[in-house]
Design a protein around this ligand. Structure first.
Ligand code: ZN
Length: 132
């Protein structure tokens, strides 16, 4: 597995895009809304990994719930895998729990699943596989 990206929950992409462009010295290379997940995403290249800014696209989005509870900040770590179904089966055997085991379409041409943070030291972990 490699660290594919770090997801950061933000209140306003307008403000945070400006901040992260300055910080990383590069513009966002992609913006994408994933309506089913209630998020607008903005991606930055950072070496071999990426930064994914996440803004709520509607009021009852998981991102607004997260920000209400914890404030803005790191939301999840995403690990890139070659075969997501294999990794889900492997990790289930190891006793990990998933928020939903069925891979679904995420942003950036990926299939994604999330592990339950209660089994990963409170860190929300995403597995992602490039869609063929
Ligand atoms: Zn992500």
């Amino acid at each position: 597995m490699k660290l594919e990206h770090i997801g950061i929950a933000v209140k306003s992409l307008g403000i945070s895009d400006e901040l992260f462009s300055k910080l990383l010295g590069t513009e966002s290379y992609k913006k994408e809304t994933v309506e089913r997940e209630g998020v607008v995403t903005s991606f930055y290249a950072a070496g071999e990994s990426k930064i994914e800014l996440l803004e709520a696209s509607r009021e009852e989005s998981p991102i607004s719930r997260f920000i209400d509870k914890k404030g803005e900040g790191i939301h999840h770590l995403a690990f890139g895998v070659e075969n997501i179904l294999y990794e889900v089966a492997r990790l289930k055997k190891e006793g990990f729990e998933f928020i939903s085991e069925e891979p679904k379409e995420g942003a950036d041409n990926k299939l994604i699943v999330f592990l339950h943070p209660k089994c990963t030291n409170g860190v929300l972990v995403e597995l992602c596989q490039e869609k063929q």
